[in-house]
Design a protein around this ligand. Structure first.
Ligand code: SAH
Length: 208
């Protein structure tokens, strides 16, 4: 998987590849799909949600580029696979999921892997986790129509937010960097994620 689906397609960050190599993906999919765990595709994990394709996890992680001392926030725990990869790279990971069934399963996987630097929260991730902010990295693994303003606020100066923006059909990966005097944005190509479901009004345009 790492050689053919990830390194061959341009993600060569050694820390990211090592984190993937140490994390058994078959533990993160339903037992009936264990044989497909290393396929080049997203897979259903129940509740209408999916575990992302391996390449997408690698790409998002490489773009976020967490350092060993960083505090990272992930929105959309899902299976917990992306969380586990982040936990191997950063000092601590806070992850928020809105569906209790998925969160309970993900927490069991973190225990099984002995990952003790992950904190989980059930709730609306569009609101971030203000009590744990600021974060040097924020990774959103569900697509939003706009950047939720609380996430911009909870980003540390010098930090990076990676989020898929768009509707169900067309989404683009957006990378926001917070500098001393404001936020700058760049785009990093098309992606496809399940929607971010939030009670937060996305109607207020947030111009970084
Ligand atoms: N990172 C996951 C991908 C999960 S798919 C993995 O590696 O498996 C996206 C997840 O985002 C789903 O589990 C979905 O329930 C969750 N989600 C959607 N809207 C959310 C919100 N507002 N807050 C928190 N989680 C949300």
């Amino acid at each position: 998987m790492i050689a053919t689906q990830i390194a061959n397609r341009g993600v060569r960050n050694r820390r990211v590849l090592a984190a993937l190599a140490r994390t058994p993906r078959e533990w993160f999919v339903p037992p009936t799909l264990a044989a497909d765990a290393y396929e080049d595709a997203p897979l259903p994990i129940g509740n209408g949600q999916t575990i992302s394709q391996p390449f997408v996890v690698a790409l998002m992680t490489a773009v976020l580029a967490p350092r060993r001392r960083d505090a990272v926030l992930e929105i959309g725990t899902g299976s917990g696979y992306q969380t586990a990869i982040l936990a191997r790279l950063a000092a601590r990971v806070a992850t928020v999921e809105r569906l209790p069934d998925l969160l309970v399963e993900a927490e069991a996987r973190f225990r099984r892997l002995g990952l003790t630097n992950i904190e989980t929260r059930l709730g609306d991730g569009a609101r971030g986790w203000p009590e744990r902010a600021p974060f040097q990295g924020i990774l959103v693994t569900a697509a939003a129509p706009r950047i939720p303003a609380p996430l911009l606020e909870q980003l540390a100066v010098g930090g990076r937010l990676v989020i898929p923006l768009g509707d169900l059909a067309t989404q683009e990966l957006v990378i926001v960097t917070r500098g001393a005097s404001g936020w700058t944005e760049r785009r990093a190509g098309g992606v496809r994620f399940v929607p971010l479901v939030s009670s937060l009004a996305f109607t207020e345009p947030v111009e970084p």
